[in-house]
Ligand binder design. Structure first.
Ligand code: SAH
Ligand code: MG
Length: 214
């Protein structure tokens, strides 16, 4: 991963966000909502701007921060985003309403493992952003990539999980060990996947960028 120093340097250069976006960032900080780090967010937005996807699927809305940032960055994009936590879903709804983005952001409440048919309704997607329970990444990837358009892109967040994924020495808790094992196996699986060209960016918490072979 990049050092704290490098990360802070990059973050300091990122231009100011609008008032409401800043409010969401503050809310997330105060309430421990794990929204994307600034540097990761900017990188994700760069891919969205390059791709200009007609439709984006996001797994893991939280309070709508990344969905809203993608919508603001790419005016031609419609976004479907899934969240299983009702409180966060409600806050996301409110944020989407306030910013007048209800026509472009569709929020679905429920477990991403159980919403296939609702998600299918809006398919195909040209771009996917997976940012939910890290232990289930492979499952999300396998299920939702069937709804990806031919030259679509999937970005998966947190694939280096605070650097633990690359650490050789033993990890203290069993829970952390098991999570790291799952992320490692996801990374190996995706890097060898015959249908995708993938690379891992050591930015933010680690992002896997997968481009579907056409
Ligand atoms: N993408 C957001 C942050 C998402 S945090 C942003 O950057 O702004 C991850 C979210 O995924 C959490 O709010 C969590 O409740 C949700 N989540 C985890 N597992 C899920 C699942 N199986 N289905 C739906 N949502 C899930
Ligand atoms: Mg994340």
């Amino acid at each position: 991963m990049v050092s704290n120093e490098v990360n802070q340097y990059i973050e300091k250069l990122i231009p100011a966000r609008s008032e409401h976006v800043l409010k969401m960032e503050q809310y997330a900080k105060q309430h421990d909502v794990p929204i994307m780090e600034l540097s990761g967010m900017e990188t994700l937005l760069t891919y969205v701007r390059l791709k200009k996807p007609a439709r984006i699927l996001e797994v893991g809305t939280a309070i709508g921060y990344s969905a809203i940032r993608m919508a603001l960055a790419s005016e031609a994009s419609e976004i479907v985003s899934i969240e299983r936590d009702e409180e966060r879903y409600n806050i996301a709804k409110e944020n989407v309403n306030v910013l007048d983005l209800t026509n472009r952001i569709t929020l679905l409440l429920g477990d991403a493992n159980e919403l296939q048919s609702q998600v299918e309704h809006y398919a195909p997607y040209d771009f996917m952003f997976i940012d939910a329970a890290k232990g289930q990444y492979q499952h999300f990837f396998d299920h939702y990539s069937t709804m990806l358009s031919k030259d679509g892109i999937i970005i998966t967040d947190n694939v280096l999980f605070r650097g633990y994924v690359a650490e050789e020495k033993g990890l203290e808790s069993r829970r952390l060990r098991s999570l790291v094992k799952k992320i490692r196996s996801f990374n190996e699986y995706i890097m060898q996947h015959p249908d995708y060209y993938s690379s891992i960016l050591p930015v933010g918490d680690g992002m896997m960028v997968s481009v579907r072979k056409s």
